[in-house]
Design a binder for this molecule. Sequence first.
Ligand code: SAH
Ligand code: DHB
Ligand code: MG
Length: 224
Amino acid sequence: MNEQWEAVDDYFDESIVAQDSALTNALKASEDAGLPRVNVTASQGKLLHLLATMGNARNILEIGTLGGYSTIWLARALPADGRLITLEANENHATVARANIAAAGLADRVDVRLGKASDTLPVLAEENRGPFDLVFIDADKQSNPDYFAWAVKLTRPGSVIVVDNVVRGGEVANSDSADPAVVGTRKMVADIARNNAVSATAIQTVGGKGYDGFLLAVVTGNEF
Ligand code: SAH
Ligand code: DHB
Ligand code: MG
């Protein structure tokens, strides 16, 4: 990984990102429990937090919890009566996340739901948990088309949808890719291109996690 990208991430992390001990403890506990180190970086977590703050988010949905690191960044933007539901298929990840979220003082606002998102998303609809103000999609990338469609279904005009890891070292531009993650992301992008109810962009990023990027969409509801 590029040392300069990491040095710049470190510089901003130490100056303006202001990651506190609840967040660093969550990373340490996740690492100790053997979870893969694929959480968002501190600066990306702060961006999620700021997006939720900008939109006055009171109701947030996350797909892909891991150890709850991005969850904590997002949930901290919520008012005291706000709520975040996060979906996780791996029981060990969910257990670690619940402990990290409780240690961060956010157990009252965060609901970690164990199960495949394809099973738990329809339950959210049945329970009328929407509309969510912000949805963060960060689970199995081959399912991105389904997750994005669910995100649109469970939001309202003005809601924000963020999708992590859409660039993958540039592979997203390879139309011949056989990588299911790339195929899934490209299918999602094609769906978004045809969907007049959302307006979207994608931003390439470098940093502590290498070269990747995220997609940002706003639900417009203009189905013309
Ligand atoms: N958002 C986290 C990182 C998530 S990593 C952060 O930035 O801190 C992706 C997570 O998605 C993993 O924990 C993985 O177990 C979970 N996952 C994979 N497939 C899934 C599925 N079908 N449904 C729900 N979660 C899934
Ligand atoms: C992977 C998953 C992520 O959410 C991420 O940010 C980076 C990598 C992965 O599964 O490889
Ligand atoms: Mg990710």
